[in-house]
Write a protein that binds this ligand. Structure first.
Ligand code: 3PG
Length: 214
């Protein structure tokens, strides 16, 4: 069961309405990247556990920018992964889905959990466990804006953070939906800009993203 305190904390962490989803290959890039996103007005980010550098990146950014930016951990598949990331400083945990072991373990985490759902049944099961806010993944492949609009009628109390195929072109449309509290995506920090150390361009993308209305 997700506690009410964690739900409230999660909703605060998911503002402003765009959460950059970062896959970091080189931990050295983590800090300048986070600073560029912050300079563009974003105050939360998600570092995915898809690379060997991910835990170091979480720890570097959490230590340096703890009071300015909330670092979450993404692509979490097991309780052990979540717990290692929390020890490294992660302030929230994101998963593309939900498993009984994650739901069980999350009860003891000191930080909130954003599990993923892609169907009405998954969303209802999570809501029954106290997860009023959920990741909607993979958003575009699961029907995108039309699917979320359809879910809003019967499940109006459940709010979503769609990710997967969300970009500068469609983020605004998602954010207009009554059941969308934020969107997540990698478009704010394209790999090529990170590799080139083009922090000014990333800051500009972040500024556009943070300006999207909710
Ligand atoms: C995620 O990890 O949450 C999504 O896969 C990000 O998807 P995107 O790369 O399509 O933005």
């Amino acid at each position: 069961m997700q506690s009410r305190e964690h739900q409230t904390a999660l909703r605060a962490l998911l503002q402003p309405a765009v959460i950059p989803v970062l896959t970091i290959d080189d931990a050295q890039t983590a800090l300048p990247l986070a600073r560029a996103l912050m300079a563009g007005g974003l105050t939360s980010l998600e570092i995915t556990l898809r690379t060997d550098a991910a835990l170091s990146a979480i720890s570097i950014v959490s230590e340096a920018l703890a009071s300015n930016i909330a670092v979450g951990v993404g692509t979490v598949r097991s309780p052990e992964q979540a717990e290692a990331a929390i020890r490294a400083g992660a302030r929230f945990v994101v998963s593309p889905g939900m498993t009984p072991s994650l739901i069980q373990a999350a009860q003891n985490w000191p930080v909130p959990f954003l599990p993923g759902a892609a169907t009405a049944s998954e969303a209802m099961a999570l809501a029954d466990m106290g997860y009023a806010t959920q990741k909607f993944f993979p958003a575009e492949a699961s029907g995108g804006v039309a699917a979320l609009k359809a879910l809003a009628a019967p499940l109006s109390d459940i709010k979503f953070c769609p990710t997967g195929g969300v970009d500068a072109g469609n983020a605004g449309e998602y954010l207009l939906l009554s059941n969308v509290v934020c969107v997540g995506g990698s478009w704010v920090a394209p790999k090529v800009l990170v590799e080139n150390g083009d922090w000014a361009s990333i800051e500009a993308l972040a500024r556009d993203a943070s300006g999207l209305a909710n």
